[in-house]
Ligand binder design. Structure first.
Ligand code: ARG
Ligand code: ZN
Length: 881
């Protein structure tokens, strides 16, 4: 484990390497505990570099087993090797030279799943961000690009399959039951995109003909017997390849594209050139075992990793500060892909829900950082929702500012200028300035200033003059290291809704630039007047969530209801419902905390019911509308002194009020939206299931008995309906015999399918209330659970901490103490996993004081524990600052 050395890396210290790496030849002799790696590296000193500078290569827990200079053993006086670096002196001033490094590594013992490791008997690698240095000494940074040849030698019986990046060169026997294979990747790449997989796996094969007529072999490798569950991933891959050609002109560039699904993986997936490695959770699906959400995730992540081939691989990042250059952009591209494949508005609502529940809290707490940070201690901790999701929103705003067509021109220019390069955010932004002629200097603050901007708006209508006045003010809250902020360029899509549902078109606008339906807020305060407005309009602002901001705009409930029922933008309709619901939920939480009765609002309930019953609206949208803001949404709105029990009690009261208002509406929905025929994972069918299951949750509460959910559980013929019914049973009727029976039936039926049992763990981990902790502890003792698999840990411990506000935030602090113990137990084995789960406590300062005090003590117990990984030390220290 790399332990904390407190060293901070600064963007301002960036400089190029002294040596240029020309070629890489790797030979692996695979062995579970003693894999020999020989790396032949050809370098030359960069022109203009210090002729005396040594070559310093990165390592991590390495031991040097051999070192040659131009094929001759190197004199020990010329180098120093430690586990984390190899320094070589007295190197040629300009001519190329060859260094051959031999290391011996132990894949079996590699529990942190970085570098080369074994998962279920399969050798695989994860090198982003700094895993390659755990394989061999290397200039392990993204601006060192080289062409790689990889030779793999392994036991033929246990590893019939030998894979690496690029195109297959050839293979042969290698004596003593071994064989070898050679791969060559003609595209220069940084080490983080290196991959090797060896083992015995099943395969699904297909082909794709690119836009210029080249045939590409497609292969998805999964455990034997699971091949049928890879069909949907293959379908999503082909659709992704086509879409990238059509939407961005990006064509695939090797003879083969491979995806390997593995069961032990720290993240979702990894875009290694030509050889993506996936968490099997994001590959395997069939109707019996996967929910509609699983299908949507697979489609999105297959697309995401494939799209990295151009945004990430062909154009990579100069340094890790530029991570959003590939991640934010690629998330934006996968969002657009899913929007085109499914319902754009529903997709946007889901994105915004996710952004608000994950990124907004990060941006409002101790872990807040800019989309393009300027310093880090542990880069693994910057694979955040800010870099990914806010990074995507920033890219989306560029598209909004310059327009769709110009955005495409800017992307073309980006590929033209930077193909084969390691680029920066500045390089990226310049392409859109060039394509549009717009100055994006102020806009670029979105990359540099952390914190969610708050835009406060008020409106006034002068009927006599026919003038609408909007007063807007932006404030950007202070975040760690950034006390004072400059005003940003905030693009706000808007519409002026009239009483009949049509839209007013102003004859003139003063006080702000308006392009099309976008109002540009650029100053701290702006007063904008719209003339020629014949009657009072309702202002629909930030349509499509054109800017990732908090908007405080006091609008009358009747106006919000008008937007909710009439806006031409479905997203705005959903947003208005949320704005209608939140004050109710906040008031309910306050009342619950004060012990006074909660009085829910009939207007909210009636608007929700009207939308639920509106058969002109797509079911998926109605399902989103029926999902009230979550407990964490309410906590964010309250901002401080949060009491999760009161928040839940208040929300439950509102939910029950809506449920009881007119249960016949929900009953009708469960009847009308049955999906007939064989299961299809398409968006329309998924939407109907979502609507029925939303209605089921309301009905169960209205009826107050588990009977209907138990019936739905028994009748379910797909995992979406089955797990939804189980969720209603467990969360609404945790102590009912029906629930115990259903949980056991589910467990027994899927006992041999770990991914499905993760749902069983998660559903139980999120049963609200103080009893959750004991339940989670008991489940950790289940034979289906293991701390050694990241998916299991995330499904049980992670879900409990992230998604069970009342259970985790128990008033006696036992949830926090439990998490601290788990973090300390996981950290020595898998620091990345430990650090990620610890971020569940990122909003601890917003808790009421008794809980906050317990949380503080738990965090201190981690920070005082002594030997911590750099990953956990970095997180805990930032949280305590
Ligand atoms: N680049 C991968 C993706 O977003 C994620 C890799 C994350 N690796 C890590 N060590 N945090 O597609
Ligand atoms: Zn990515």
């Amino acid at each position: 484990m790399r332990t904390e050395d407190g060293r901070i890396i600064h963007l301002a210290d960036y400089r190029r390497t002294d040596f240029v790496l020309e070629r890489v030849d790797l030979t692996f002799e695979l062995d579970p505990t003693e894999t020999r790696v020989e790396a032949r590296l050809i370098f030359h000193r960069r022109e203009g570099a210090d002729p005396a500078a040594p070559l310093v290569l990165d390592g991590d827990e390495l031991t040097l087993a051999g070192l040659l200079f131009d094929q001759v053993e190197m004199e020990p006086s010329r180098y120093d090797a430690t586990p984390d670096s190899l320094t070589i002196r007295d190197l040629p001033a300009s001519e190329p030279f060859e260094i051959t490094i031999t290391t011996v590594i132990n894949p079996e013992a590699n529990t942190q799943l970085m570098g080369l490791y074994r998962t279920n008997g399969v050798y695989c690698t994860q090198c982003e961000a700094e895993g390659f240095r755990r394989i061999t000494y290397f200039p392990d940074r993204p601006d060192v690009l080289a062409v790689y040849t990889v030779n793999i030698i392994a036991d033929k019986a246990s590893c019939p399959l030998l894979l690496s990046n690029g195109n297959f060169l050839g293979g042969a026997g290698y004596g003593e039951g071994k064989h070898f294979a050679a791969w060559f990747d003609p595209h220069p790449k940084p080490s983080y995109l290196f991959a090797l997989v060896a083992g015995d796996l099943g395969v699904v094969e297909d082909t794709f003909v690119t836009m210029s007529g080249r045939e590409v072999a497609l292969r998805i490798y999964v455990e034997h017997g699971k091949e049928p569950r890879a069909a949907y991933a293959m379908d999503a891959l082909k659709r992704s390849m086509r879409w990238d050609e059509e939407a961005f002109g990006c064509e695939y560039d090797l003879d083969i594209f491979m995806v390997v699904a593995v069961s032990d993986f720290n993240m979702g997936a990894m875009e290694n050139k030509g050889l993506n490695v996936f968490n099997d959770k994001y590959v395997l699906a069939d109707p019996e075992t996967a929910t509609d959400q699983d299908y949507a995730n697979i489609e999105a992540i297959i697309a995401h990793e494939y799209f990295h081939n151009w945004t990430g691989n062909r154009v990579t990042c100069r340094d890790w500060f530029q991570l959003c250059l590939k991640e934010g952009l690629t998330v934006y591209r996968d969002h657009e892909f899913s929007a085109d494949q499914r319902s754009r508005a529903v997709k946007r609502i889901a994105e915004v829900r996710h952004l608000k529940s994950e990124q907004f809290p990060e941006d409002a707490g101790p872990l807040a950082h800019p989309v393009r940070p300027v310093k880090y201690r542990e880069i693994n901790n910057f694979y955040t929702t800010t870099v990914y999701e806010k990074g995507s929103e920033v890219t989306r705003m560029i598209a909004t500012l310059v327009g769709r067509e110009t955005f495409r021109k800017g992307m073309d220019l980006y590929f033209e200028r930077h193909d084969g390069d390691a680029a920066t955010i500045e390089d990226f932004v310049k392409c859109f300035e060039a394509a549009s002629g717009r100055d994006l200097t102020q806009f670029s603050l979105w990359y540099h200033q952390a914190g969610t901007p708050l835009v406060t708006v008020s409106s006034a209508y002068d009927a006599g003059k026919g003038v609408l006045t909007l007063s807007l003010e932006q404030t950007i809250p202070p975040t760690p290291g950034q006390a004072v902020k400059e005003p940003m360029h905030i693009p706000l899509r808007f519409g002026l809704l009239l009483a009949d549902g049509s839209e007013a078109v102003p004859s003139a606008v003063e006080g702000a630039e308006v392009t099309g339906d976008v109002l540009h807020l650029t100053a701290r305060r702006q007063t904008v007047t719209f003339s020629g407005i014949a009657s009072r309009p309702v202002v629909s602002l930030n349509r499509g969530f054109s800017a990732p901001i908090n908007l405080h705009f006091e609008q009358a409930p009747a106006d919000l209801a008008h937007i909710a029922r009439n806006d031409s933008d479905l997203f705005a309709r959903w947003q208005a419902l949320t704005d209608l619901a939140l004050p109710n939920l906040v008031a309910a939480a306050r009342n619950a905390r004060a012990g006074t009765p909660v009085e829910p609002d009939a207007m909210l309930a009636d608007t929700l019911l009207a939308i639920a019953a509106d058969e002109t609206l797509e079911p998926a949208f109605r399902a989103q509308a029926l999902a009230l803001p979550s407990e964490s949404d309410i906590a964010r709105e309250l901002a401080s002194n949060n009491d999760p029990d009161a928040i839940r009690a208040g929300r439950e009261a509102v939910f029950a009020f809506v449920a009881g208002r007119d249960p016949a509406v929900f009953a009708a929905l469960t009847e009308r939206h049955r999906t007939e025929g064989p299961f299809a994972p398409d968006a329309a069918s998924a939407g109907r299931r979502a609507l029925r299951n939303a209605a089921l949750a309301y009905l169960a509460v209205a009826e107050g008995t588990p009977a209907r959910a138990a019936g739905a559980f028994a009748a379910a013929d797909n995992m979406t309906d089955l797990s939804a019914a189980l969720g209603v049973l467990a969360h609404r009727f945790p102590d009912a015999p029906e629930t115990a029976e259903a949980l056991e039936a589910f467990r027994a039926r899927f006992a041999d399918n770990a991914l499905v049992l993760d749902k069983w763990f998660s559903i139980q981990a999120t049963i609200p209330g103080a009893g959750a902790l004991d339940r989670v502890k008991r489940l950790m003792g289940s034979p289906h659970f293991t701390m050694a698999n990241p998916n299991r840990v995330r499904a049980l411990v992670g879900t409990f901490a992230f998604a069970n506000p009342t259970g985790f935030n128990r008033a006696d602090g036992a949830g926090y103490r439990f998490l601290a113990e788990q973090i300390l137990a996981i950290d020595p084995k898998n620091p990345q996993l430990a650090a990620r789960i610890l971020t569940a406590m990122r909003s601890w300062r917003a808790l009421e004081e008794v809980r906050a005090d317990h949380a503080l003590n738990a965090l201190r117990s981690i920070s005082n524990a002594g030997k911590l990984s750099s990953d956990v030390a970095d997180i805990v220290e930032r949280m305590l600052k």
